[in-house]
Write a protein that binds this ligand. Sequence first.
Ligand code: URA
Length: 241
Amino acid sequence: MAKERLQKVIAHAGVASRRAAEGLILTGKVRVNGELVTTLGTKVDGNDEVTVNGEPLEQEQHEYYLLDKPRGVISSAHDEKGRKTVVDILKDEGVTTRVYPVGRLDYDTTGLLVMTNDGELANQLMHPRFEVNKVYIAKVKGILTNDEMRQLREGVMVDGQKTKEAKTKLLETNQRQKTSVVKLTIHEGHYHQVKLMLKAVGHPVLKLHRESYGPLNLTGLNPGQFRQLKSSEVRALKKLN
Ligand code: URA
């Protein structure tokens, strides 16, 4: 387990908010391996014994959810503009654990988002080294040509860097509306990756949906619905590493 800031570990154990946890540390209520700690920089991991007011922290159970993110929802825990977040969707249905999204989908993007309080797995999945395959369905302006499809597969320049190999499939073209629907399988996850790739070949995205993430798909869920991952699915995600 990676080292994490003491106040974050206390907050994640559900003892107090992050701010209140800082107060507990500063007022001398927290010990790490028996030593009083009153500064905020300390980092700990699963091998350290943390006590608050003499009581050991209970290890928080890990929870894993699969959400079909609807449009118009922010993929983070808080939004300074007060917009609804993916965390609010779970909270509204009674999930009290502090889970957060693994990576992001844009405000107007729909589809598969994994949410968990397992920071270690989340960090692993988001690390480029693990190359989790993500499948997106994009509706774009204009009719994609074979050459543009090849460019998407082989790599296009986005922010001065060539994108990694992708898989592509043209699913639909509408000559009257002048739109196309394309399936893209990528394993990179830069900010606005798919929108920027399609813009780079001259086809701005009109609609974007993530259909799958590694071994997971959205079968049985409608937009706004979520479910817990089965333990076999959690194992499959861990095995991706
Ligand atoms: N790529 C994007 O451009 N947006 C997303 O939400 C996800 C991938």
